[in-house]
Design a protein around this ligand. Sequence first.
Ligand SMILES: [Zn+2]
Length: 228
Amino acid sequence: MPEFKALLEGYRRFRTGAYQEQRRRYDALADKGQAPGLLVISCSDSRVDPTRIFDTEPGQMFVVRNVANLVPPCDSDNSQHSTSAAIEYAVTQLKVHHILVLGHARCGGIKASLEGTFDDAPMGEGGFIGRWMSLIAPARDIIRAAAKLSPDIDACSALELAAIRLSIDNLRSFPFVAEAEAAGTLHLQGALFDIAEGVLRVLNHDTGKFETVPMDWENETASLPKSN
Ligand SMILES: [Zn+2]
């Protein structure tokens, strides 16, 4: 199995390359701790690494990744909630200024939800995935019904966008998120990255639409959503 060997080779490249080049940054992060300004919630998909897409440096971005970049609603039962714990830590301890829900095109989790691949599957045979993806079942059902009436609809793309919107709504079910947003210290963002095109689309809260981020800076202020 060459994969783990490749990891160690990568580590050696990192230690002699980027780590040495950014030694001062790593030392400062070790001494002072992290103070990232934003939390990104992205998919575990190996093709969608937010630190690459946004070309960030170590210490800039707190990241939680899960299947299909979903946020569950606030639920204070006694289960272990990993995504909720990361959100709580980012907002109440790190006091991030932004939370970005980053979806992506061709998401396997979204496709499985749409096709019902793991609905009612037993644990170990997709049951955990099916249960997790049931978070977006209501949106999935609406899009399925719409696609039946209008077969031209790209149901997968529609559900990818709907899941981002739903996750942003669910973020607001956490009291500490809603309070920080109301106070103006936290802004919730949604975006979708298209792997094939390399294009990023950002949710404009005013229009409710996902808008392509222009590549030239001069047009950015005109077309990008406001800071919320
Ligand atoms: Zn995905």
